[in-house]
Design a protein around this ligand. Structure first.
Ligand code: CA
Length: 239
């Protein structure tokens, strides 16, 4: 998909910043849509189905966080890529944005080049993720998984996993480089099972690391984000 085929919605109430973002995206030949507030953004998203949303945190009316939450709750926009913009560079905002399901985060002031680089990375990831979901196998760097036969190989060696560990690994590799909190993992991997707690996730992650990491005391593939959750670092597979 060329850039021109991608529609990006910029949600920002400050006209100067909106224009700056728009200008830089147009230079890269993206199609750009604009919204001044959250309500307008939701309408445009429903009507024009953008491929990515650049969402400012501080908006009049519905805040960026509320918009993000609403988008994640709706099945048709649950996976819509979101790049959050914020004036605050604080760790708490960053964690909050990612926890609510933003794909990435950029603090103001940002360089236009950085913004464009992030947009490109998120779109590449989003397009790639859609493909891996239907692939019969996963094969990157030191990790190979056959989804049909449930075989897993780490650095060329067969790895024995329980069914749940396998499903957890499958979900992680299908959502690479993304912060996944315990509730999301419980929901997606354990589904309606009510006898599990967030601790269950930690226990399974620990076992999975023992099975596939080179040194499970220094995990490189499945990373912990303290207080938030876990992230499967796909780039580390190539090392
Ligand atoms: Ca703003």
């Amino acid at each position: 998909m060329s850039n021109a085929a991608h529609k990006i919605l910029v949600v920002e109430d400050e006209p100067d910043i909106r224009k700056l973002v728009q200008y830089n995206l147009l230079q890269e030949r993206y199609k750009v849509l604009e919204a001044e507030d959250g309500e307008q953004a939701l309408k445009i998203i429903q009507r024009d189905k953008p491929n990515l949303v650049i969402l400012d945190l501080m908006l009049p009316g519905l805040s960026g966080i509320e918009v993000c939450k609403l988008l994640r709750e709706r099945p048709d926009t649950a996976k819509l890529p979101i790049l959050m913009l914020t004036a605050k560079a604080g760790e708490a905002d960053r964690v909050l944005g990612l926890e609510l399901g933003a794909d990435d985060y950029l603090a103001k002031p940002f360089s236009p080049r950085e913004l464009v680089a992030r947009v490109r990375a998120i779109l590449r990831r989003a397009n790639g993720a859609g493909q891996t979901e239907n692939l019969p196998s996963y094969n990157k760097g030191g990790l190979k998984i056959d989804f049909a036969t449930y075989e897993v190989f780490a650095r060329g060696k067969t790895v024995k996993l329980t069914l749940k560990e396998f499903e957890l690994l499958k979900f992680l590799v299908q959502n690479p480089n993304r912060v996944l909190n315990r509730d999301q993992l419980l929901d997606r991997v354990w589904g309606g099972d009510t006898f599990v707690t967030p601790r269950t996730v930690d226990v399974h992650i620990r076992r999975l690391r023992k099975a596939i990491e080179k040194d499970d005391s220094k995990p490189q593939w499945i990373l912990t984000l303290r207080g938030v959750g876990y992230k499967f670092d796909e780039k580390a597979l190539e090392q």
